[in-house]
Design a protein around this ligand. Structure first.
Ligand code: DC
Length: 216
């Protein structure tokens, strides 16, 4: 294994990317970078400031004074831990909307590439293997049926105390799949050299083992 190597994990919402990436990161003792959390953090700040997706000037000004980092697994937005604040269904929608904006993507992709040059990382998102870390040593594309992904997300949201129906979560997932795969800029798609893993019906341990088997 090279001294510094990068692992890219892409796939649609709820395919299990972050759970698997965290497990692989701790097994290999490398850093995990959750790029979805970065889009969520930007969406969260836009919401807080009342900045809409059409207000490009205000958005640019906001981005100029925004810092995002990861410290020991926590996402830090402008010096504050925002882990829980960005995991609501409302912020999921904001993240999906703001991730289509070129100003937002260009700022976040720059930060992500910089993070990927310093040390070995596993990074998950939608455009990691196709754009952010095109030359990553290992690339995976995780999928699962929309129903299974919605059921996982629904469980997570209920555990957090949100009142939302399964049908609503399924409709949200389908809408986000549509937004993420149809946007003009770096849409979600499998890199030609990525290994595709369908996680439907598999346990976290099984998927993690499959990923590790390809790396070791
Ligand atoms: O993985 P997630 O659900 O936390 O991501 C939130 C949103 O951010 C999702 O709708 C797609 C977008 N995203 C993106 O466009 N590119 C990435 N690399 C990661 C996430």
């Amino acid at each position: 294994m090279k001294e510094i190597f990068r692992i890219a994990i892409d796939g649609p919402s709820g395919a299990g990317k972050s759970t698997i990436a965290k497990g692989v990161a701790s097994e290999l003792r490398i850093d995990y970078i959750d790029t979805g959390a970065m889009y969520r953090a930007v969406g969260y700040k836009m919401k807080q400031r009342g900045i809409g997706v059409d207000d490009r000037d205000a958005l640019l000004r906001m981005l100029e004074e925004t810092t995002i980092d990861f410290v020991k697994g926590d996402i830090i937005l402008d010096g504050q831990v925002v882990n829980d604040k960005i995991r609501t269904s409302e912020i999921s929608k904001m993240a999906s909307a703001c991730s289509a904006l070129p100003e937002v993507r260009s700022k976040l992709v720059d930060i992500q590439r910089e993070m990927g040059t310093r040390k070995s990382v596993i990074m998950d998102g939608r455009d990691i293997g196709t754009n952010v870390l095109k030359d990553a040593e290992y690339k995976f594309f995780l999928t699962a049926s929309a129903e299974e992904r919605a059921s996982r997300r629904h469980k997570e949201l209920l555990e957090k105390g949100e009142t939302i129906s399964f049908e609503e979560v399924l409709a949200d997932i389908k809408q986000r799949d549509y937004n993420d795969t149809n946007r003009k800029l770096n849409p979600l798609r499998k890199a030609e050299d990525a290994i595709e893993l369908d996680t439907t019906g598999l346990t976290i341990e099984e998927v993690t083992a499959n990923v590790l088997k390809e790396i070791r």
